[in-house]
Design a protein around this ligand. Sequence first.
Ligand SMILES: NC(=O)c1ccc[n+]([C@@H]2O[C@H](COP(=O)([O-])OP(=O)(O)OC[C@H]3O[C@@H](n4cnc5c(N)ncnc54)[C@H](OP(=O)(O)O)[C@@H]3O)[C@@H](O)[C@H]2O)c1
Length: 334
Amino acid sequence: MSTYTATTKTMTAWRQHRYGGADAVAAETVPVPVPRAGEVLVRVDAVSINSGDIHLMQGEPRLVRLFLGLRRPRVAGRGMDLAGTVVALGADVTGLRVGDRVVGAHQDTLAEFVAVPQKRLSAIPAEVSTTDAAALPIAGNTALTVLDRYGVGKDSRVLVVGAGGGVGTLTVQLAAALGAEVWATCGARAEETLRRLGAARTFDYRTTDLADLPADHFDVVVDIAGLQPLTLLRGLLRRGGKVALVGGDGGRVLGPVGRILRSLFVGRPGRRFVPITAVTKTPVTERLLAEAASGRLTPVIERTFAFEDASAALAHVEAGRTVGKVLVRGAHAG
Ligand SMILES: NC(=O)c1ccc[n+]([C@@H]2O[C@H](COP(=O)([O-])OP(=O)(O)OC[C@H]3O[C@@H](n4cnc5c(N)ncnc54)[C@H](OP(=O)(O)O)[C@@H]3O)[C@@H](O)[C@H]2O)c1
């Protein structure tokens, strides 16, 4: 199937019927969804893989199974971010036309086609490539949520811990564009990239002890890696500063919740820990697209996998060694 017509009835989608590693996710032939009122059918041209896809795939931390399905994932399709082309409109859709390029976050996006509520989609500006757009929704919304919440701006001192991945590379760029002085810890492979993106100083987490960074110095510590002792992060904050808990390796059962609970007991007067739960919102995605269109934001795309290799893309992100974002090209993308 190379293009969509009204007679296109089946498609390939990457699905799983048990929790597990990337080998639990397989290509299946399924019906092409029919867009309901308020939805559009999108031909998927690019999908970026997020850590969230991996948590859903593994059903970990186990706590999430209470909400996502105790024995197996209730939603079988993987993939959350998407960028693509509108191929059909449901009833009551206004403002979008067949052929428009759109981006957003939904579910079941590792598929040839996906029906998405119009309110979850944003038009991609002409200056932004479909692949760059695909890299933005979830990771970019997370980054901007943190920077907005703490009013990061000119002269803010920001430390991004775990800056080399999808969320981190966007956080560093956006914070630097806002005029902040950004320091970053990352793997050695990411240091040059992060300096190019605007980090004033970078540190290889394997050879640098955070305790050697200046104490009482930062307005915001963005903790993405979620592995460093909380007391160490607290000591880096100046009075009034905050640690934004974005990621957290708290074990297979509680995950970041364990770290968040521990953070309640290690605050220090005037220095707080704040858990971040970013929700992807179209106005925020549109700000990210505007930044990309102006050239101030360029997503780092480490690697793009073919649609047939989506399971390998999931395995690659699962390994946790990416610099920037990992994408899967749509089955029909040129
Ligand atoms: N709270 C929310 O709303 C929200 C939203 C999105 C994501 N998240 C969370 O954010 C976290 C990060 O996700 P991501 O997709 O950006 O990236 P990721 O895949 O977790 O990051 C990989 C990168 O992190 C580096 N790294 C690993 N351990 C490190 C450490 N101790 N210090 C510094 N860098 C380290 C790796 O370098 P090497 O390869 O050299 O090891 C690699 O470049 C995940 O835990 C995810 O669940 C939270």
